[in-house]
Write a protein that binds this ligand. Sequence first.
Ligand code: IFM
Length: 442
Amino acid sequence: MPDAIYHFPQGFLWGTATAAHQVEGGNTNNNWYAWENEPGRIFQGQKCGLACDWWGGRWKEDLENAARDNQNTHRLSIEWSRVQPRPDQWDDGALEHYRQIIRGAIKVGLKPMLTLHHFTDPLWLYENGGWENDAAPKYFTEYVRKVVGALHDLVDFWVTINEPDVYVTSGYVGGDFPPGKNDLGAAFKVMRNLLKGHAAAYKIIHEIQPNAQVGYAKNYRGFEPARAWFLPDVWITRFNNASFNDAFSNALVNGTLKFALKKEYVPEAIGTQDFVGINYYTLDKVAFKPFAVKDVFSRRFYPTDSEMSETGFIANIPRGMTAALKWAHQFNLPIYITENGVEDSKDTLRPQYTIQHLHEVWRMANFNWNVRGYYHWSQVDNFEWERAWSQRFGLWGLDLETQRRIRRPSVDMYAEICRQNAISSDIVRKYAPQVFDKLFPG
Ligand code: IFM
């Protein structure tokens, strides 16, 4: 069999993504700490604890591993409650600590992409209504000014808010995230305030750094009608797309936020993204379900023949990545895959999942679409929110007792892809032979 190779564009960014609360440990001043201390909120009552002990210094080992394994970028986030522990108090020591981490990343050759808000809010804000409070965008703006002012000599690549769609649907519709509500009115308000916060952050960053690249990370969920011939399924699938996938991003184009059966014009949001960040994991089939008001008249399920992740959280459906990229392409901006990965402690599905999804990214890049980088979620197992430690997304495993990092085969596979800037038949043969014929037919 002759060797074949799928090359990615020159200068493609290869990295992994992390988030402060999930890796730092010891964040006891935010809403997730309060949440984990409420009975029944987190899987088996588990705790975030030391997480991956980044605050204690173990960021160094993980970032050095990433760089040694040929990555050239890392997406990480800042914990707001560390920088602003009280509304009237700033912690310059915390900012200095972040400077050290970011300097460390740059020193080993990782371009930092910095997220300003990744799910957690300071307790003082949470106790004052969180993002339901109309003052939240103003507070966020002050925090952003402080952080960007302190780090602008090191970072010019910013994600304002991670997955506002998940933050809102999980916290204010599904109830798995704090504050655990099921209230469409509150959901709309929070989405609108996040949009305002994003728009203001975009402007502040550009004021301080005219050449910065600023976007947000969109969790793109694939939706397909369960029965393509059945109009109610088609209609409800469109509705799911419009409310989950389109709402925030469309408002960045036309200023109109349409969400949770409400609509509001937020003109300052227009034109506030320089790139499209996509977090893609999986895809749902959607069937119309009469009377299911709470589930927005939808029954969502994975295609029956899907290959499933360890706890059934993710179905391996690479065509959803294609759909995500097609969706992103409409904005005519550079595209970064800001997250993609699978929970798999035994590393049996991750190699093929990663290769199959990257193959879709490669296909779209080779239609000359503007895809510029890929961040695998994640570098090392970390605290997976309400699912805690039951899901292991790391290329590297983590022994929580000892903080030892455990090298999984996917580490070597991803290192080889990053090194070659390509998926070669050799890599697929070695790490994911099950999908060799799919990727290299004939
Ligand atoms: O761990 C999360 C991350 O914080 C946001 N996107 C999805 C990941 C996997 O669930």
